[in-house]
Ligand binder design. Structure first.
Ligand code: AMP
Ligand code: MG
Length: 516
């Protein structure tokens, strides 16, 4: 185990690529640059809200001492660090947005690990960078708590994600207008240290392509392949296919656990297929395909739960466009992009079959999954509770009344007669099919338990934990931090309930914005 402020960081990204080394945070366009060096801006009084011991152990980082705390708050950098903000562009809500870049994230350097590889350690909320545009480079406690806990929750659910190592309160107030309606208020500030093999996004490639810096584009693609895609040996096409593959896996995993990202702009799409940039996200409570937690997204609900695979495909299209200059013939690139649909549906049905405890996926199973989806989207039970109750479904013959009674806990409304019938028909087809399983009922149940979380980090839970933390009480925060580590355990009775009514319309829980 090595000490954060005493160990020597490596800086291979900055050594490999052109950057602006002026340490000047003045907002500007940075043509020709992959990054700008910039120092974190000190804060008044950094205090540690939490430290991620399991992740620290994985990375080989020892518990933070006083000097490390100064690093985590952005008050101190050590001589081996070369802090920088990366330059990227992106499509936001379907429109080309030009240069964006790390407006409030500052990478301190790469942390070398005993395995020989390294992880980027990055402070989010550490102050202005050349890419902060009109904003302050800071982050509020509420959004930092959400990112810290949710990225860890996703990790323990088995979903590809960036991680979070620490959460530090800054002691400074930050002004925000959470609903863009002129009701500004001061909120406590915080800094999260994020960790990932790399924070490169689709947008890093889009930036170089837009600037027609094709040699740099090639350098970045080569770097990404050699460091993060060792399995790719035959060139850019193979690599693009691998990005499609990883992105598909990520989306299917989101749909498995009921995650809605909320801002799937191309600058928020990791080139490694990791869930990245946790903002106005939510788990589904009711199984609503049109649910989008992000008020900025409400006009069109572009980023709603049930559209996420379409958006992933659209975003991969932007990436394909960006890397097209690396291809003499783009036909195979387009073909690789078009492969998304088949790959997605194959994995989607397999994932659903896993959730339902079915032993294989053929035409009959696909039809059953579609029937299930249609009924669930129509009746909108709580997704997590419904699938938990599916695990304990009695094998006996159920009628409409007994089926409804079995799933009662999952519903947000009393079912009408025709709804009960719909549910019953779908459960009957399910039982008929399950009786044909060639695996044992025990094995089927074990599969279901492995694929259906019992604990999900619901927005109302985060909301309550944040309210308490802001008052200085970390009890709820600690409970969530603990619970999220075992999402598939048979425990969690305290959290195993539908979203309470008070949270139905609660701003900060039911609705969120990009203001964070
Ligand atoms: P997002 O979609 O929230 O990931 O952010 C979009 C862009 O806005 C990125 O370039 C961010 O770095 C930037 N940004 C968001 N919030 C801030 C902030 N408080 N200060 C500076 N830049 C920000
Ligand atoms: Mg972002």
């Amino acid at each position: 185990m090595k000490n954060l402020s005493a160990n020597v960081f490596i800086n291979e990204f900055t050594a490999h690529f052109d950057g602006d080394h002026s340490d000047n945070a003045a907002r500007r366009q940075t043509p020709g640059m992959f990054y700008c060096t910039v120092q974190p801006t000190p804060v008044s009084q950094p205090s540690l809200i939490t430290w991620n011991t399991p992740l620290a152990e994985e990375l080989g980082i020892s518990d933070p001492d006083d000097q490390d705390l100064q690093v985590l708050g952005g008050n101190v950098t050590t001589p081996s660090m070369l802090p920088y903000a990366a330059c990227y562009a992106g499509h936001q809500f379907g429109n080309w947005a030009g240069q964006l870049g790390d407006g409030r994230a500052i990478t301190l350097g790469e942390w070398p690990m005993s395995s020989g590889s390294s992880w980027e350690l990055q402070l989010k909320g550490a102050g202005p960078t050349p890419y902060s545009r009109r904003a302050d480079g800071r982050a509020v406690l509420r959004s930092s708590v959400r990112e810290y806990l949710m990225s860890e929750a996703m990790f323990y659910l088995g979903v590809p994600t960036t991680r979070a190592l620490s959460l530090v309160a800054t002691g400074d107030a930050v002004m925000r207008d959470p609903f863009y309606d002129g009701r500004t208020a001061y909120e406590p500030g915080a800094v999260v240290m994020r960790a990932a093999p790399s924070f490169l996004r689709f947008g890093n490639f889009e930036m170089l392509a837009a600037r027609k810096e094709y040699e740099q584009l090639r350098q970045l693609a080569d770097w990404t392949i050699s460091r993060y895609y060792p399995e790719v040996t035959t060139g850019y096409l193979d690599w693009f296919r691998a990005v499609v593959d990883k992105t598909t896996t990520m989306i299917v995993e989101w749909l498995r656990v009921g995650f809605v990202h909320g801002v799937m702009n191309t600058d928020n799409m990791s080139i490694l297929g990791l869930t990245i940039d946790y903002g106005p996200f939510s788990f589904l409570d009711a199984y609503d395909r049109d649910f989008s937690p992000n008020t900025t997204d409400h006009p069109g609900r572009r980023y709603a739960f049930g559209k996420q695979h379409h958006i992933a495909y659209w975003n991969l299209g932007c990436l394909a466009n960006a890397v097209a200059p690396l291809f003499n013939d783009t036909a195979p690139l387009v073909e690789a992009l078009e492969g998304f649909g088949d790959l997605f549906y194959e994995r989607f049905y397999a994932m659903k079959a896993g959730k339902m405890g079915l032993d294989l996926v053929g035409a009959e199973e696909i039809e059953l999954v579609e029937q299930f989806e249609a009924v669930l989207f129509a009746l909108q039970p709580d997704m997590t509770i419904f699938y938990q109750l599916l695990i304990t479904l009695p094998e006996s013959n159920l009628n409409a009344e007994s089926t409804t009674a079995h799933f009662k806990e999952a519903f947000y409304h009393d079912l009408g007669e025709s709804e009960k019938q719909q549910l019953q028909e779908c459960i009957r087809s399910y039982q008929d099919r399950k009786n044909k399983n060639t695996i044992s009922p025990e094995e089927s149940i074990a599969n279901m338990k492995a694929n259906n979380p019992r604990f999900i980090l619901r927005n109302y839970m985060l909301y309550e934990a944040i309210q308490d933390l802001e008052k200085g009480d970390n009890t709820r925060f600690r409970k969530l931090e603990h619970a999220l580590q075992t999402p598939y355990a048979d425990t969690h009775d305290e959290f195993f309930r539908r979203r309470p009514q008070w949270a139905d319309e609660q701003p900060g829980s039911a609705t969120l914005s990009c203001s964070s």
